[in-house]
Design a protein around this ligand. Structure first.
Ligand code: NAD
Length: 499
């Protein structure tokens, strides 16, 4: 069993705290590595050396920094399969899905190649007599990212790419469940030409996170994870005077209108509800068919599709999704399934008796579950389950469906399936959710747009990636400049003796 490390000043560094967490292979249930959990002193030392490395990186012109990003993209593509395999072994998601995780991250690095253009300031020529005014975007210094287990390549890349391209040093505190890929990303960034010390990967748990929140050198924190932790980090980070953006949990609704193509909607729901075992912040976890007939047709179309899903290990090409991340995650999902049954929801596909794939008896498997007749007062509706469990809430009308999505405390993503442009347009305009799909079940914006939820799914005022990230990781300095008349007004050009 391997002991993992931190990545400090361009090298793998053993943990010194004596504290470790187990890293599992969720398909076999075995502990495959231990990850060191940094102490406050280790975190503070990593920040101090990042701060020492940052000024030279900030002084490297943006085009050169962009070339590092360019090379980083090439290396991520070169090592795609290696990264995806390591990712699948710690997270459990299937190999193609793991490649998607890396791909969606590297697309943000591609966007960061545009740093010279994105960092250009504004200029007003002649703001007053002989006065010019210009603003520039300067890096913050040292920024930090705290990331979740469910996208161990994509989200660290979303955080580190823009922060580094803007000229900051970056401290990444990845999830302790799947820390290997973030360490591999740091190795690749170094190979791409990133100077040592500019990117530090500090593994850890609450102790390292609290040290980030209280460290006076760190200027900004980007967090992605569950809502209670997002709210905690936002509160403590902001009260310590930092710039903080936190993205939290979700309960994404998909409205199915009576005129929708039911087969298309059912296919979309199966992919969006059960892909990656439902462990996606943009997973659809609530289907909202409008009208009894739509609901009956939708359930009829869903049942055989859900029953056909194949749950298996990452390297079995026939697996639709893999195990969930830990035994504790499985227990939590099963407890919530039971609470749905107890509350009177109808379990139309029961995944509880799923047999583990042969040879994987100890894996953290959860079969696919489909609930019908879920009501808004039920715990399975209010809570994020983060597992392969789709709840159907029947709505009597479009307005009732819209109200469900609006009244839920989460507001990450939502979708509407319809052939009616008017309904789709009205939904997109009115719903209080950050990312909307129209006949698209997982509306994850591409790298050059921004990603962010509303309500309890997002804290802070700027989104992740896209142009917002370049605003988040820089601050604006505005210069008002007037030059008194100089040598052009009758300057003396002759060599004169001192008077
Ligand atoms: P999590 O909140 O348990 O952990 C996220 C990070 O916070 C990890 O790095 C972890 O070490 C740290 N952390 C955990 N407990 C802490 C504590 N008590 N104090 C300080 N730090 C702590 O989340 P997770 O289980 O890794 O990820 C799943 C969650 O992330 C889901 O809720 C999912 O919806 C959400 N998520 C949101 C988005 C988004 O963009 N909105 C994207 C991906 C995942």
């Amino acid at each position: 069993m391997a002991d993992l490390t931190h990545w400090i000043d361009g090298k793998h560094v053993q943990g010194k705290s004596g504290r470790f967490a187990d890293v599992f292979n969720p398909a076999t249930g075995e502990v495959q590595a231990r990850v060191p959990l940094a102490s406050k002193a280790e975190l503070d030392a990593a920040v101090a050396s990042a701060a020492a490395a940052q000024p030279a990186w900030a002084a490297t012109n943006p085009q050169r920094r962009a070339r590092v990003m360019m090379e980083f993209v090439r290396l991520l593509n070169r090592d795609m399969d290696k990264l995806a395999e390591a990712l699948s072994k710690e997270h459990g998601k299937t190999f193609p899905d793991a490649k998607g995780d890396v791909q969606r991250g590297l697309e943000v690095i591609e966007f960061c190649i545009g740093a010279p253009q994105l960092l250009k300031g504004d200029f007003t020529d002649g703001a007053g007599p002989g006065i010019d005014m210009y603003s520039m975007r300067q890096p913050l210094g040292v920024a930090a990212g705290i990331t979740p287990f469910n996208f161990p390549a994509m989200i660290p890349l979303w955080k580190m790419g823009p922060a580094l391209a803007c000229g900051n040093a970056f401290i990444l505190k990845p999830s302790e469940r799947d820390p290997s890929v973030p360490l591999m990303l740091a190795e690749l960034a170094q190979e791409a030409g990133l100077p040592d010390g500019v990117l530090q990967v500090v593994n850890g748990d609450k102790e390292a996170v609290d040290a980030i929140l209280d460290n006076e050198t760190i200027q900004a924190i980007g967090f992605v994870g569950s809502t209670p932790i997002a709210q905690y980090i936002y509160g403590r980070g902001c009260s310590n005077g930092k710039r903080v953006q936190c993205f939290g949990g979700a309960k994404n609704h998909m409205i199915v209108m009576p005129d929708a193509d039911i087969d298309q909607a059912a296919d979309a729901l199966v992919g969006a509800g059960y892909g990656a075992a439902g462990e996606r912040c943009m997973a659809i976890s609530v289907a909202v068919p409008v009208g009894k007939e739509t609901a009956d047709r939708l359930i009829e179309a869903l049942v055989p599709r859900v029953e056909r899903l194949r749950v298996g290990p990452w390297n079995d090409e026939s697996s639709d999704y893999g195990p969930v991340v830990t035994a504790a995650a499985r227990e939590n999902i099963m407890r919530l399934v039971q609470s749905g049954i107890d509350a009177g929801a109808k379990l139309v596909v029961d995944g509880r008796d799923m047999k583990a794939p042969q040879g994987y008896d100890q894996g953290f498997w959860v079969g696919p579950h489909l609930f019908d007749d879920v009501t808004p007062d039920m715990e399975i509706y209010r809570k994020e389950i983060f597992g392969p469990v789709l709840s159907t809430v029947r709505a009597g009308s479009y307005d009732e469906a819209l109200k469900l999505a609006m009244d839920h405390e989460y507001g990450n993503g939502t979708a509407i399936f319809t052939r009616d442009g008017d309904a789709a347009r009205d939904f997109a305009a009115r719903v209080n959710v950050g990312m909307i799909g129209i006949n698209v079940p997982i509306p994850v914006p591409l790298a050059y747009h921004t990603f962010g939820g509303w309500k309890k799914s997002g804290f802070g005022d700027l989104n992740q990636h896209g142009p917002d990230a370049f605003r988040f990781y820089t601050r604006t300095k505005t210069v008002t400049s007037r030059w008194p008349s100089g040598i052009k007004e009758g300057g003396e050009f002759n060599f004169k003796a001192m008077e």
